[in-house]
Design a protein around this ligand. Structure first.
Ligand code: NDP
Length: 256
């Protein structure tokens, strides 16, 4: 492996990594040498994910901590625990997210707020806590998992579209405040990726053929498609990349 992309000795936290995209990103970071902390809200599922991933690596390389990313106090306690028990946190992937499908006229405020807090406020809370430890050391990488919905808007997912658009701009705001302290904060905007979150869309024949037609690569993405870009953004290979959001979408956002 090129030394540019070698993450040996780096501690990484991937939120929402008990399954789906987060789980794949955690594996990729560990494959590049990082010591990885998994996260989710469901302790049993998280433990299972930790056991499965740890089987591929030497002891101590994979650990986990369950906390709700919308809870700022829990984020602070969890990152303090990582710093004390695993090592200095150098890579944070803000990946945890949810979706709620309902037309806006039927959307109640509690569901609006639940999506905004899980998909946007969480990145501020966990990112701020990570930055409090990274800034004094003068180094750190934060990667925010956005979506093509930062640029495009599908009907029935208004809070998701608003949150992901906000997350792209939060990536810029973090850069404005923290880049001078040696941090790189960037975003990844995935296209349609086959995971539990999108299983119902894959199963919907009409939607599925719309996606295939709308995506120049003519296929759904896989979590693995995001691994290379995230390892690069976590590595020294991207040290002068600041505040960008990179679209990994099979070309969806560049064609009409
Ligand atoms: P999944 O639904 O498969 O997984 C979501 C993960 O987030 C789980 O690990 C879940 O943990 C965790 N999570 C949810 N809420 C919280 C919370 N409050 N605190 C901590 N962890 C939480 O989603 P995907 O893998 O598909 O998506 C991951 C990210 O990628 C999301 O931000 C999503 O918006 C984004 N994305 C996904 C796309 C897709 O097509 N799939 C496309 C573009 C972006 P638990 O298991 O405990 O519930």
């Amino acid at each position: 492996m090129s030394a540019l992309f070698d993450l040996t000795g780096r501690v990484a936290l991937v939120t929402g990594s008990s399954r789906g995209i987060g789980s794949s990103l955690a594996r990729a970071l560990a494959d590049a040498g990082a010591t990885v902390v998994l996260n989710g809200v469901t302790p049993e599922r998280l433990k299972e994910a930790e056991t499965a991933l740890a089987a591929h690596f030497p002891p101590g390389r994979i650990t986990s901590i369950a906390f709700d990313v919308t809870d700022g106090d829990a984020a602070a306690r969890s990152i303090a625990w990582i710093e004390e028990n695993v090592g200095p946190l150098e890579i944070l992937v803000n990946n945890a997210g949810i979706q709620h499908r309902v037309p806006m006229l039927d959307l109640d405020v509690a569901d609006w707020e639940r999506v905004i807090s899980t998909d946007l406020t969480s990145a501020f809370l966990v990112g701020r806590e990570a930055a409090r430890h990274m800034i004094p050391r003068g180094r750190g990488k934060i990667i925010n998992i956005c979506s093509v919905q930062t640029d495009l808007a599908r009907p029935t997912i208004a809070p998701y579209v608003a949150a992901k658009g906000g997350l792209r701009n939060l990536t810029r705001a973090m850069t404005a405040e923290w880049a001078a302290s040696g941090l790189q904060i960037n975003g990844i905007a995935p296209g349609y990726i086959h995971t539990e979150m999108t299983q119902n869309l894959v199963d919907d024949e009409q939607f599925n053929s719309w996606i295939l037609g709308r995506t120049p690569a003519h296929r759904w993405g896989t979590p693995q498609d995001l691994a290379g870009p995230v390892v690069w953004l976590a590595s020294a290979g991207s040290d002068f990349v600041n505040g960008q959001t990179i679209f990994i979408d099979g070309g969806m956002t560049v064609v009409v």
